[in-house]
Write a protein that binds this ligand. Sequence first.
Ligand SMILES: Nc1ncnc2c1ncn2[C@@H]1O[C@H](COP(=O)(O)OP(=O)(O)OP(=O)(O)O)[C@@H](O)[C@H]1O
Length: 331
Amino acid sequence: MSGATAVPGRTALDAAVEVRAASKWFGDTVALSDVSFALRPGVTGLLGHNGAGKSTVLSLLSGAARPSQGEVRVLGVDPHSDLAVHRRLGVVPDGEGTWAYLTARQNVALLAKQRGVADPRAAAGAALERVGLSHAADRRVGGFSKGMRQRVKLAQALAHDPEVLLLDEPLNGLDPVQRRADVELVRALGAEGRTVLVSSHVLGEVERMADEVLVVVNGRLVAEGEPAAIRDLMTDRPRTLRLAGRGVAALAGVLLGEGLVTAVRHDVAAGVRSDDEEALVVETPAAMALATRLPALARDCAATLRRVEAVGDDLESVFAHLTAAARGVGR
Ligand SMILES: Nc1ncnc2c1ncn2[C@@H]1O[C@H](COP(=O)(O)OP(=O)(O)OP(=O)(O)O)[C@@H](O)[C@H]1O
C-alpha cells in the first residue's frame, strides 16, 4: 500500500469502514443493537468484555455474517455479497485459522493466491518476515506454539497488502515479548495509512495500539473517543475501596466530613493483622481526589494505612459505569 498518512477529521462519506444502525441477533440473543460508527485510517480499538459483541462486529465487517438490520460498508461495498473486496481486506479471525499439516509459508501463500496476489510465495515470505516468523517459514504449523500460529494468521491477513485490517484479539496467546512486538506492528500498520480495527478486552492493550477506541457493552456502543478520554472515564468513576490499618475509623470520619466518601462499613471479609488494626470499605464518588488527599489526611489524624485497594474493580464494573455514564466521549 502507498505510504498515505492518517487523515484526521474524515467523515463517514469517505470512511473505509462504515456501520449504520446495525443490529444482529441469533434467535433470542441480541448480539448487537443499533450500532453505528465510521473508521478513519489508523488504528481503532474495539474494547469490550467477553460476550460484548466484538467478534460479531468483526464478522459483519469481514462479510462472514450479515446484519439482521442496518448496513455495513467496507471500501464502499457490502462485504458479504461483494467478494472482490476481500482482495483489499485482511482478517485475523477469532479461533484457529491455519492448516496444521501445511508449512507456515504454504498457509500464507494459499490465502494470498485466493486473493489474487501475482507471486503468492514471495508475498508469503515477505509477510512472514514482517511478523518475525522467517526462521520457521518452512515448518509445519501443527508443531507451532499458539503465539506462532497467531503470527501465521497475522501474516495471512497481511500478505495481499490490504487497505483494511480486522484483527480479533490478535495478542491472545502471546508472551509479553511477542505482545510488545505485535503492538508495534499494529501501530506501524496504522501509520502506513491502513484502516485497522483491533479488538481486545484489555484497556491497557488497546491504549498502546489505538488512536481511537470504541467501547461495546452488551451489544451496544457506549463510548467512543481517544484512549486518554476513555481512560479518564474509567479512572474518575465512583469506586469502592478497602482501607486497612491503624486509626482507619477516625480517618473514615474525616473523609466523610470532607465529602470524599459517601458510605463506610466494616469489612468483615478482611484479615487484620492485630487488635488495633481495622479494615473498612468506603464508597467514593471521587477516586482521584481521594487518592490525592488521602496521605495528608491520614497523617493529620495519626492513622497508619497498611492497605488501600479497589474492591470489585474488574472490567465488568468499569463497563457497567460506562453504560450508564458515557455516550459519545471525544469525536
Ligand atoms: N453464532 C451465534 N449463535 C448464537 N449466539 C451467538 C453467536 N455468535 C455470538 N453469539 C452471542 O452474541 C453475543 C456476542 O458475542 P461475541 O462473540 O460477538 O462477543 P465478543 O465480545 O467477541 O466476546 P468474546 O471476547 O468472548 O469472543 C454473545 O452473547 C454470544 O453468546
